[in-house]
Each structure stands twice: as structure tokens, then as C-alpha cells.
Ligand binder design. Structure first.
Ligand code: SF4
Length: 262
């Protein structure tokens, strides 16, 4: 069964489900309309993955502060992790140890707050399905893309509904909301304060990533590589169905963050 088929079955069986919405959602969906639609579909709770991103940032900061002299490759991107393991295995030692991705960190928050509920990650990424099934099977996360969610809405005849008072059951109104834009990790995690400007390298788009990874070990200046596979970061993920340009997508994310700060 595909993840979509598993979710459809779970919704029909009225299983206990929590939707975990990735930070790039404003590109395709209106806020807070999407929350109300997910509740109508059958999710008991709707949470923001940006909340897990804050945990990721905290874990990362602790590792870096403990060893500020080391070089690091930081990424929440399972595609980059797989690329490095396969094509650049000598660089694996630069991954900070014991740092959960925002998806995994959010699933842990959900397990603590809503025991017995299955977390469903809804986001821009196909490879997150592998992260869930191969890397973190113990968290029992089901992963679907935004494009797949649209199909499921259609199948269950869920129409846009406006409830302006609706809000996330677990929300994060701070900078982690910009995580899906390249450099979002460094900026939202305060990592830019731990290094000099020229010590941080932010890169996205797989072609640029390969070039930077080839030179990473020999580069004496860069101490932190913040790297994402898709062009512009997760805002360019393959699970997003949108005609918006990279700049327009970035604007959607920044507008959502700016207008909904609490
Ligand atoms: S950059 Fe692309 S491949 Fe990597 S996590 Fe984001 S959407 Fe997935």
C-alpha cells in the first residue's frame, strides 16, 4: 500500500491522527483555512512542524557550543544526507551527532502530548517518506506531500472553509517558520551569531551542493555548511504544486511569519 492509501484507510477507519504541517505550507494553502480543512478531513489535532524545528535548533546549538572549533554540515534534508553517505562518505563525520530533524522532533512532541495518535507529516518532500520508514521507523510517521493532500481533499470532498479563529494545536510563531527557505536553519537557530559571516556557507540546488561538498574539507574558511537539495530550499520541493516563482514562494513564507507573530 502507498502512504496515500494507508492514510485514506486510516481516515475511513476514523483512526486517531495528528497532522504535522511543514513550514512551506503557506505556498499552497491559506492560513488558518488549511487547519479547519484538515480537521474536517478527520485529523484530531493539527500541529506546526516549525515547533519541532525549534527543538532541532536547540539541539544543534548545544552541539556547536560544546565544540565551537569543529567544522559542521547541518541539514534537515534526507536527500542531502543520502547523497553525502553515498558520494562523499568521508564527510559523514561532519554531521552534528544526535540532532533530530524537525519532522522527527515534531513527532516526538506529538507522542508526548497526544499518546496513541499517529503523526502524519504533510510537506513538500518525497524523500521524507524514506526518512520516516528507513531512518526513524520507531516514530511511526506517515508522510504525504501537499500535492497528495490536495487529491485526498478532492476524494473526501473537503471544500475550503473559513474559520478565522482556528489555530494550530501546537504552534511556533517565531523564526523557525522560515525554515523552508535556504539559510532558514542558520538564521532561525541563531547559528549566525556563533560564527563569523564568512564562516557560514548556505547552499541549495543539487548542482551547487555537489560543488560545495567536493571542496568542503579543503575550504579552510567555512566552518558551518547549511545545505538543502532543492533550489531555494524546501520551498522548491517536488511535493509542492504551484506556478509561483522562487521569489514569490519566499514572500509567501515571510508574509505568513510576519503577519502571524504572537
Ligand atoms: S530540500 Fe528538497 S529534498 Fe531536501 S528536505 Fe527539502 S524538499 Fe526534501
Amino acid at each position: 500500500m502507498t502512504e496515500v492509501e494507508i492514510l485514506i484507510q486510516a481516515l475511513k477507519n476514523k483512526e486517531k491522527l495528528v497532522a504535522m504541517l511543514a513550514p512551506s505550507f503557506p505556498i499552497m494553502f491559506d492560513y488558518p483555512q488549511i487547519i479547519t480543512m484538515l480537521r474536517k478531513l478527520g485529523f484530531s489535532y493539527v500541529v506546526e512542524v516549525a515547533a519541532g524545528a525549534r527543538k532541532t535548533n536547540e539541539e544543534l546549538k548545544k552541539v556547536i557550543e560544546a565544540n565551537p572549533e569543529k567544522k559542521y554540515i547541518t541539514t534537515p534534508c534526507p536527500t542531502i544526507i543520502r547523497m553525502i553517505k553515498k558520494q562523499f562518505p568521508h564527510l559523514v563525520k561532519y554531521f552534528p551527532p544526535n540532532v533530530d530533524s524537525p519532522m522527527a522532533a515534531t513527532a516526538k512532541i506529538v507522542a508526548e502530548k497526544y499518546p496513541g495518535y499517529r503523526p502524519v507529516f504533510i510537506g513538500p518532500c518525497i524523500v521524507k517518506k524514506l526518512e520516516a520508514s528507513e531512518d526513524r521507523p520507531e516514530l511511526n510517521i506517515l508522510v504525504i506531500t501537499y500535492a497528495e493532500l490536495l487529491e485526498i481533499f478532492k476524494q473526501f470532498n473537503i471544500q475550503p472553509v473559513n474559520n478565522p479563529d482556528d489555530k494550530f494545536d501546537i504552534e511556533e510563531s517565531g523564526l523557525p517558520r522560515i525554515y523552508s527557505i535556504d539559510g532558514g536553519l542558520s538564521h532561525s537557530g541563531g547559528l549566525t551569531l556563533l560564527f563569523k559571516k564568512n564562516e557560514i556557507k548556505i547552499v541549495s540546488n543539487w548542482k551547487n551542493c555537489i560543488e560545495v561538498l567536493k571542496n568542503f574539507e579543503n575550504d579552510r574558511t567555512v566552518k558551518l555548511l547549511d545545505i538543502l537539495f532543492c533550489d531555494g530550499g524546501c520551498i522548491g520541493g517536488p511535493g509542492i504544486k504551484s506556478d509561483l516563482t522562487r521569489e514569490e514562494r519566499e514572500k509567501k513564507i515571510l508574509d505568513y511569519w510576519e503577519k502571524n507573530q504572537r
